[in-house]
Design a protein around this ligand. Structure first.
Ligand code: SF4
Length: 300
């Protein structure tokens, strides 16, 4: 399949700004797990809820939202306070599961996050502390996730008859292993990007340090737009896509993520010029497949 050359940065910026402007934020937020975070008022509840919602943000959006709803309903309206009682958390989550994750995995995440939150005042402050000692975001995030995993370990003397699960180690990925850690990056985006009706702007971490949360939609569109040539969804691909977006906005490169991801969810992109499936696609003017077909000239 032929593709045109990557569009100039100015054309990319215009197209992506237009996609952002045309995004029905209120409607799309309701179809996105971030909407759970907006239900809560305090920083401590929002951090824990955001960590739960982002950790489960994979697969069918309707199914994952139902599982988040179930988990949050069990934990009650004051999630952070509830997390101060590990045995109660386990009891309330008993029997909960979502695909590969079991009740113990989620309970460990909640309890570990709360312990780290109490030790540092917030999960954001905990990450800032790691950043102060690390050489880059990846190293800091790796240490931050490791602390939550360690703090979330349950002793064996709980008397629980529940299926084992693997604890927070299972549900909270390690960025050091080379994957794009999309769910962690989603969590960071929600916390650190300025409040815009979707993201919440709760942390002082500069948005310029964030990496794009790369899921299949973002990866496919990024390939089509020439933001990356990497075929695998990996940390390096996330870096490359973010570097491309940084050229459009150095201070806030991931601001395009929400609208672009939802465009991908709605469009059913075929990654080829298809007048029916491409109808209404906001990135047509800079899509290499669409432009190649239009001009009749292929290229790298
Ligand atoms: S124009 Fe078509 S191929 Fe290109 S990104 Fe949009 S839907 Fe995909």
């Amino acid at each position: 399949m032929k593709r045109a050359r990557r569009a100039p940065d100015e054309a990319l910026r215009r197209a992506l700004d237009d996609v952002r402007a045309r995004c029905d934020v209120a409607a799309r937020r309701e179809a996105d797990p971030v909407h759970f975070v907006h239900r809560y008022a305090t920083l401590e509840d929002r951090e824990i809820v955001a960590l739960i919602a982002s950790a489960l943000a994979f697969g069918n959006v309707k199914a994952l939202c139902a599982k988040i709803e179930d988990a949050l309903g069990r934990l009650g309206p004051r999630v952070a306070s509830m997390a101060d009682d590990p045995e109660e958390v386990r009891k309330r989550l008993s029997g909960w599961k979502h695909r590969v994750y079991r009740d113990r995995d989620l309970a460990s995440l909640v309890v570990g996050a709360r312990r780290v939150q109490r030790a540092h005042r917030s999960l954001g402050a905990a990450l800032e502390a790691k950043l102060a000692r690390a050489s880059d975001l990846r190293e800091a995030l790796s240490a931050w996730a490791a602390e939550i995993r360690e703090e979330g370990e349950f002793g064996e003397a709980t008397g629980s008859q529940e299926p084992p699960g693997r604890g927070a180690e299972h549900i909270l990925p390690d960025p050091g292993k080379g994957s794009a850690v999309k769910r962690l990056m989603l969590f960071l985006r929600w916390m650190a990007r300025p409040a815009d009706g979707v993201d919440l702007g709760l942390w002082s971490l500069s948005p310029s340090r964030l990496l794009v949360p790369v899921d299949t939609h973002i990866h496919k569109l990024s390939m089509n737009l020439g933001l990356t040539e990497r075929k695998a969804v990996s940390w390096k691909a996330a870096e490359e896509i973010t570097a491309s977006l940084r050229r459009l906005d150095p201070d806030d490169p991931v601001k395009y993520d929400f609208s672009l991801c939802h465009l991908g969810m709605l469009q059913g992109c075929p990654s080829r010029r298809d007048p029916v499936k491409c109808e209404g696609c906001g990135v047509k003017p800079v899509c290499r497949y669409w432009q190649a077909g239009r001009s009749g000239r292929g290229g790298a």
